[in-house]
Ligand binder design. Structure first.
Ligand code: MN
Length: 745
C-alpha cells in the first residue's frame, strides 16, 4: 500500500511541476504579445493553437525532460518578440511540430485553422524531411531556398525553431551539436544575414562558435567581461562632450555603446592574426533618432555634422547607406572618428525605423510597408534566387557554390554609361556586370572599359566604377569564363551556354560517328559502348562530344579494332594498367620530412597526403581529413571543399598544423592577367620568374584575348610567404594587372 502511495505522490508532483512549466511558458508568450497589440480574434486563435498543440504533444518530452509543448511556445514567443513577426507566424509556430511528431494530420490543422496556416505548417514539416542523397546539406539548402521564395515566413519560423534548439543544445550529444552547428553556419546564418536579421545572425554565429570552439569562445567572453569597466569608462568619456552639443538640437535620440559579437571578434583574431588586446574596435557607438520618416535623412546628417565637429573624423571611413541602402535593406550612416587617447571609434547614426530594420531585417518589413524601397529590395533578391533555382545545375554542390558567394559580403555600386546603377556583390567582375545587364550582353561581351580604360575580363569592380561593354556576335562563353565571375547568375548562364555548346558538339559528333559506322557496315548499338569504354568516356554523350569537338578522330580510333560480323574487336588486348591512372586529381604524396602535427602529434606515423583541391602550403591553416582508404588528407581550412567535408563528415576531421622544421617544397599555381603586348610576354614572364626570382616553373600556359592575356603558371615554392612574395613581385611588373593563387577547383 505504502509503495503505491509514494508512486502516486511522485506522479502527482511531476504533473504539477509540468503544469507549472507549461503555464510559465504560455504566460511568457502572452506577456510578449501584450495587450491591445493584436486583434481579439487573433488572440483566440493563438489560445486555440496552444490548446491544440498541447493536446497533440500530450506526454511527449524534450530531451531535457521538460514537457514538449514548452518548445513550440518558446518558438512562438521568439517569432513575435525577437523577430517582430505577426500573429499568423505565432499560430503556425505553435503548431510547427504537430504534423511531424504527433498523429495529427495536415487536414486536421486545415479544418481547424484554415488553409493559410496549414500551408505554413506543411512547409515547416517538409523542411524537416529526410534526404536520401549524397550531400544532404546542399540539398537541404536548396529546399530551404525554394521554400523561401514561396513563403518567407516558413523559413523565418524555421529559424526561430533553430534558435531555440541551439539555445537549449547542451543536453545533446557532442556529435549532434557539431552537426547542428555546421548546418546553422552553413545555411541559416548566411540566410539570416541576407534577410537582414542581424540579431538572429549574430546569435547563430555566437552559439555555433560556442559549440565548435568552446575554448576560444570562453576566452573572448571572459576577456570581454574583464575589460567591461574600462570600456564603459571610455564610452562615457567619448559620449559626454557629444551629448552636450546634441542636446542643444532638442530632438529625441538615444546614444549608447554597442559591443561587437564574440564571433565577430573571433573572426578578427583569426583573419587579422591579432591578439584580443590588440583589437581596438570592440564596440561601436550608436545614435538612434526618433524623428518622422520625412525628416530622417536630414536629421541623420545634422547629427553627423555635430559628431564630426566634436571628434575628428577619418574621411575615408564615411559610409552612407542612407542614400543607397545595402541590398538586404540596411540603412545607416557610419563614420569613424578619433576618440580619447587617439583611439578610433565607429559611430553609427540612424533613425528608429532604420534601427529596427537593421536588427530585424525582413521581419520588420511588414511594419514599414509604406516604405516600399525595402519591399523592392527583397523582391529583387527573391527574383535572383528564383533565377538560380530555375537554372539547371549538375548537382546541389554546384548550385550551392553559385549561391553562397551572393549571401554574405558587401556590395559594390556600378554605373552604366547612361548613369543607371547596378548593385553587385563585392568581388564581382566586369563579366558579372555584363550578365547582370542582359544574358545576351554577357554571352557576347568581348571587351570592357572601366572608367574609359580597357580592362581584362576578370577585372574586379569597385564602387563608383562606370562600365562600358563592347559586344561581338561571334563571341561566346568558354570554360574558363566560370573562373572569371562570382555571381550565381553569371555562372549559371555561362554553364547553360557551355552545355548548349556541348549538346551541339555532341549532335555533330553523333552524326559523324553514325555515318562512319554505316559506311563500315558496323552495328551501332553493339559497338558504341565498347568504343566509349576503350577511350575512357563515361557516357556515349561524352564520346559524341569528343568527336564533335575534334578531340577524338573516329578514323584513327577505329584502327585499333578489327571487324567481325559487324562487331568491333580490339586487336590485341593491352596489358591491364595500374588501377590509379588519374594523375590530375590524385593528391601529391608528401615526402617524409614534411612536418605536420595531427592532434598535436607528429603525423609521420600516419600515411598522409596533401589535398590537390587546395594545395596546402607550409604556413596555411590546415586540417586533416580521414579518408576511407588512403590515410589522412591535409586540406587548407579555407579549401572550397572544407565546409562540405565538415558538414557531412565532421567526425572524420582532425586538427592539424605544420611543425616548424621543414625542408620541403610545394606545388602552387598562379593565374596571371595582364596586357598582351605581343609574343614576348611569355619569355619576359618566365625569364623573370626563373632568373630574377629563382623559382622553378613546372607548367606554363597562356591565352591571349582582346588585348589581354591570361597565364597559368605552376611553380615550386617553399611556403606560403614565399608564394606571397612571388605574387607581390609579379604584380609589380609592367603590364601585369593581377596575380592570383589558384585553388584547382
Ligand atoms: Mn521544433
Amino acid at each position: 500500500m505504502e509503495a503505491t502511495e509514494t508512486i502516486d505522490l511522485q506522479l502527482q508532483l511531476q504533473k504539477e511541476k509540468d503544469q507549472r512549466l507549461i503555464r510559465a511558458a504560455y504566460r511568457r508568450l502572452l506577456r510578449a504579445i501584450g495587450h491591445g497589440q493584436i486583434a481579439e480574434e487573433d488572440r483566440d486563435q493563438i489560445r486555440n493553437a496552444f490548446e491544440f498543440a498541447l493536446e497533440a504533444h500530450g506526454s511527449q518530452r524534450r530531451k531535457s525532460g521538460e514537457p514538449y509543448i514548452t518548445h513550440p511556445l518558446e518558438v512562438a514567443r521568439i517569432c513575435y518578440e525577437e523577430m517582430g513577426l505577426g500573429p499568423t507566424a505565432v499560430i503556425a509556430a505553435l503548431l510547427h511540430d504537430t504534423v511531424e511528431d504527433t498523429p495529427i494530420e495536415l487536414s486536421d490543422v486545415e479544418n481547424r485553422f484554415g488553409p493559410k496556416i496549414a500551408k505554413i505548417v506543411d512547409g515547416l514539416t517538409k523542411l524537416d524531411g529526410l534526404y536520401n542523397v549524397e550531400s544532404p546539406q546542399a540539398e537541404n539548402f536548396k529546399k530551404v531556398l525554394s521554400t523561401l521564395v514561396e513563403d518567407v515566413r516558413v523559413v523565418l519560423i524555421k529559424m526561430a525553431d533553430r534558435l531555440h534548439n541551439l539555445r537549449t543544445i547542451d543536453i545533446m550529444s557532442r556529435h549532434k551539436q557539431l552537426k547542428i552547428a555546421a548546418e546553422t553556419s552553413y545555411i541559416y546564418a548566411p540566410l539570416a544575414h541576407r534577410l537582414g536579421l542581424y540579431n538572429l545572425k549574430s546569435e547563430f554565429m555566437d552559439l555555433c562558435l560556442k559549440i565548435t570552439e568552446p575554448e576560444l569562445y570562453n576566452e573572448i567572453n571572459n576577456k570581454l567581461k574583464q575589460t567591461q569597466k574600462d570600456r564603459n569608462k571610455f564610452i562615457n568619456d567619448f559620449i559626454k562632450p557629444l551629448k552636450v552639443e546634441l542636446d542643444k538640437l532638442h530632438l529625441n535620440y538615444k546614444i549608447f555603446g554597442r559591443p561587437k559579437t564574440i564571433s565577430s571578434i573571433s573572426n578578427k583574431i583569426k583573419t587579422k592574426k591579432v591578439a584580443f588586446e590588440e583589437i581596438y574596435d570592440l564596440f561601436a557607438v550608436r545614435i538612434v533618432l526618433d524623428v518622422p520618416l520625412e525628416k530622417e535623412k536630414s536629421a541623420c546628417w545634422l547629427f553627423y555634422s555635430i559628431v564630426t565637429d566634436v571628434h575628428r573624423p577619418i574621411p575615408e571611413r564615411l559610409k552612407d547607406w542612407i542614400t543607397t541602402p545595402k541590398s538586404n535593406g540596411y540603412e545607416s550612416l557610419h563614420t569613424t572618428v578619433i576618440g580619447p587617447g587617439g583611439r578610433y571609434v565607429e559611430v553609427q547614426i540612424r533613425s528608429k525605423r532604420m534601427d529596427e530594420i537593421a536588427e530585424k531585417g525582413f521581419a520588420a518589413h511588414w511594419k514599414y510597408k509604406e516604405v516600399n524601397s525595402l519591399q523592392s529590395v527583397y523582391d529583387h533578391w527573391f527574383d535572383s534566387v528564383r533565377d538560380v533555382l530555375e537554372t539547371p545545375h549538375n548537382d546541389a554542390i554546384e548550385f550551392l557554390n553559385d549561391f553562397k558567394a551572393n549571401l554574405y559580403g558587401e556590395e559594390v555600386y556600378i554605373y552604366t554609361p547612361n548613369g543607371d546603377m547596378k548593385v553587385l556583390p563585392k568581388g564581382a567582375t566586369v563579366l558579372d556586370f555584363a550578365f547582370s545587364i542582359h544574358t545576351d550582353i554577357g554571352y557576347h561581351a568581348s571587351a570592357f572599359k572601366v572608367n574609359n580604360k580597357l580592362v581584362p575580363m576578370g577585372q574586379a569592380l569597385e564602387s563608383g566604377d562606370q562600365v562600358q561593354i563592347l559586344t561581338n556576335k561571334n563571341q561566346k562563353p568558354t570554360e574558363d569564363w566560370i573562373q572569371l565571375v562570382v555571381t550565381g547568375k553569371a555562372r549559371s548562364r555561362i554553364r547553360t551556354a557551355l552545355k548548349e555548346e556541348k549538346r551541339k558538339a555532341a549532335d555533330m559528333g553523333k552524326e559523324i560517328l553514325e555515318r562512319k559506322f554505316k559506311n563500315g557496315k558496323l552495328l551501332l548499338d553493339e559497338n558504341l559502348d565498347l568504343l566509349a569504354k576503350t577511350f575512357n568516356f563515361k557516357t556515349r554523350f561524352d564520346l559524341y562530344c569528343a568527336i564533335g569537338e575534334e578531340r577524338l578522330d573516329v578514323t584513327e580510333s577505329l584502327k585499333i579494332f578489327h571487324v567481325d560480323k559487324g562487331r568491333l574487336i580490339e586487336n590485341k588486348p593491352e596489358p591491364v594498367e595500374d588501377k590509379e591512372p588519374i594523375a590530375k586529381s590524385s593528391p601529391t604524396t608528401a615526402k617524409q620530412n614534411v612536418g605536420i602535427l595531427v592532434n598535436g602529434e607528429n603525423a609521420r606515423q600516419y600515411h598522409y597526403t596533401l589535398a590537390h583541391c587546395c594545395n596546402p602550403l607550409h604556413g596555411d591553416e590546415i586540417f586533416a581529413y580521414v579518408t576511407t582508404n588512403s590515410g589522412l588528407r591535409i586540406h587548407r581550412s579555407n579549401c572550397p571543399n572544407a565546409e562540405h567535408l565538415m558538414v557531412n563528415h565532421g567526425y572524420r576531421i582532425l586538427k592539424a598544423e605544420w611543425s616548424d622544421k621543414l625542408e620541403e617544397t610545394f606545388n602552387a599555381e598562379l593565374l596571371i592577367i595582364g596586357i598582351d603586348d605581343g609574343p614576348g610576354v611569355i619569355e619576359r614572364l618566365s625569364h623573370h620568374i626563373s632568373t630574377k626570382l629563382g623559382v622553378n616553373i613546372t607548367s606554363f600556359s597562356i591565352k591571349g584575348h582582346q588585348g589581354t592575356f591570361e597565364g597559368k603558371i605552376g611553380l615550386t615554392v617553399n611556403n606560403r610567404s614565399h608564394l606571397n612574395y612571388i605574387i607581390t613581385a609579379l604584380s609589380q611588373l609592367d603590364g601585369i594587372s593581377s596575380v592570383y593563387r589558384l585553388d584547382h577547383t
